[in-house]
Each structure stands twice: as structure tokens, then as C-alpha cells.
Design a protein around this ligand. Structure first.
Ligand SMILES: [Fe+2]
Length: 259
């Protein structure tokens, strides 16, 4: 596909929002990074060129609803605003923003695959009963997104993290979170967490990386290690032990020592 034209259309869309606002700039950068990572994963799977292009294209558009989410609600927190993946897909496929893109060179089934992968990218699990090809693209986009999210999280100084004032403080992370660590699962977003529990939950996202390339990239970037190191700065003795366990389990899951 004509990537330059796709990027220009994406930029003309984001020009409607204030890119001097750090949160807007962050999501623009994230979109471009996810493109690159999705492309890299697709290539590692030896997909045909048209599928590599599709992976790149999905990466570019997957979070297009973030800008409108921020404008309408002033937050990226889905639980307090709107499901940003659904909003992204609605802008593209219900409002038909997608019609602006020249899709020459994409595979025939690009439309349904893109919609599906974007709607599924932030859910705890991908939908059931998908075809093999749908599973492949849904997982690919989710992996690419996660790999870059580790960067985004690690780059926000720990002390500047969201406001956790309303969450009761605990001496250590609750058992249900540690159970996710032990079982190599993502922590469901359904309950409020302390700042420390949030760090553990960020680490747990790596358990659900699907493709070897995604695991390799997540390790090579070093951001997972940084997320854990940041959490250690404020951790008490019990919490340090919980971080040790997370590191150990992540090393097993990613097949390499993470630090
Ligand atoms: Fe997203």
C-alpha cells in the first residue's frame, strides 16, 4: 500500500487535535511505533507482503479513537470513559473514515480483519470461534500494541503515575493478582488496584504475548525490566519478594532472564 499517503491521512486526522498536548503526542508516537512492531512481527511469521502491509496498516489505525476519547472525556481510562477500541473501529467502519485510505496492495479480506483486530485489541481475550487467519491478525495487533505499551509505561516516571488516592493501601499485592503472576495471565481490569498492584499488572501483560518475535522484542527493549525496577524504588520488603516472583515467572514465560 502507499504508506506515505496513509500516514498523511492519519496525520490530517490527528491535526484536528492539539499535538502540543503530551497525551495527544504520546498516542501519535504510539501509533507509529505499533506500525513498525506489527510489521516486524508479521515478517518474522513469513507472511506474504500484502499481509505485512495489512499488519502495518492495523498498527497505524488501531488507536485512532484515542484522540476523540481524550477530547470528549479528558482521559484514556476506558472504564471511566469509553471503550477506545470500539470507538476506534466505529470511527473507521461506522463513520467510514476508512474510505479515505488507498488500500491497493492489501489482501482481499483486509476490511473485516482490520475491524475485528481493532475491536479486539484491548479486550482481555480475543473473541471465540474465529478463523485461523482472524486469530493470527488479532493476536499480532495485540502483541504489537503490548510491546510498545511497555515503553510508554516505563517512560512515565513512577512518581508521576495516576492518582491512587482513592484505593486503600495494602502491605503487599492481593492474592488474586499474585495468582495471575503464578498462572501467567493478564490481570483483569475489573477491580481497582493500588499503584504497586498496577505495576505487577503491567508486567503480567507480557505473559500473554503470543509470538516469539514479540517476546524477543519485549525483552530486547528492556522496558519490562525498567517497569519492575521502577516499582522496586518504592516497594517494601514483602513487595520486593512479589516482584522477585514476577521476574522469575516472566523469565520462564519469555524463555530468558529478564534482568
Ligand atoms: Fe489501544
Amino acid at each position: 500500500m502507499n504508506r506515505e499517503s496513509a500516514i498523511n491521512i492519519f496525520k490530517s486526522y490527528t491535526d484536528n487535535y492539539d499535538s502540543s498536548e503530551p497525551k495527544v503526542a504520546l498516542k501519535i508516537e504510539h501509533s507509529f511505533k505499533v506500525c513498525e512492531i506489527a510489521e516486524e512481527i508479521a515478517k518474522s511469521l513469513d507472511l506474504p507482503d500484502e499481509d505485512v502491509e495489512l499488519a502495518w496498516f492495523m498498527g497505524l489505525l488501531h488507536d485512532i479513537g484515542r484522540f476523540e476519547q481524550l477530547r470528549r472525556y479528558g482521559t484514556f481510562f476506558d472504564a471511566k470513559s469509553i471503550d477506545h477500541a470500539e470507538l476506534s473501529a466505529d470511527i473507521l467502519f461506522v463513520d467510514d473514515f476508512i474510505k479515505n485510505f488507498d488500500v491497493t496492495g492489501l489482501p482481499k479480506d483486509w476490511h473485516s480483519l482490520t475491524e475485528l483486530a481493532i475491536r479486539a485489541h484491548n479486550k482481555l481475550n480475543i473473541p471465540e470461534n474465529l478463523t485461523q487467519r482472524e486469530v493470527l491478525f488479532a493476536n499480532l495487533l495485540r502483541d504489537a500494541d503490548k510491546v510498545d505499551i511497555f515503553r510508554v509505561i516505563a517512560e512515565i516516571p513512577y512518581k508521576d503515575r495516576a492518582n491512587f488516592k482513592n484505593v486503600p493501601q495494602r502491605e503487599e499485592a492481593r492474592e488474586e493478582i499474585m495468582q495471575c503472576v503464578k498462572e501467567h495471565r493478564c490481570v483483569p481490569r475489573t477491580f481497582e488496584r493500588t499503584k504497586f498492584e498496577t505495576s505487577l499488572s503491567h508486567g503480567c501483560m507480557a505473559f500473554e504475548l503470543v509470538y516469539p518475535k514479540s517476546k524477543e522484542l519485549a525483552l530486547a527493549q528492556g522496558f519490562l525490566r525498567k517497569i519492575i525496577q521502577n516499582a522496586r524504588l518504592e516497594a517494601n520488603e514483602k513487595e520486593c519478594l512479589q516482584l522477585d516472583l514476577l521476574e522469575e515467572e516472566l523469565s520462564k514465560s519469555l524463555h530468558k532472564k529478564i534482568s
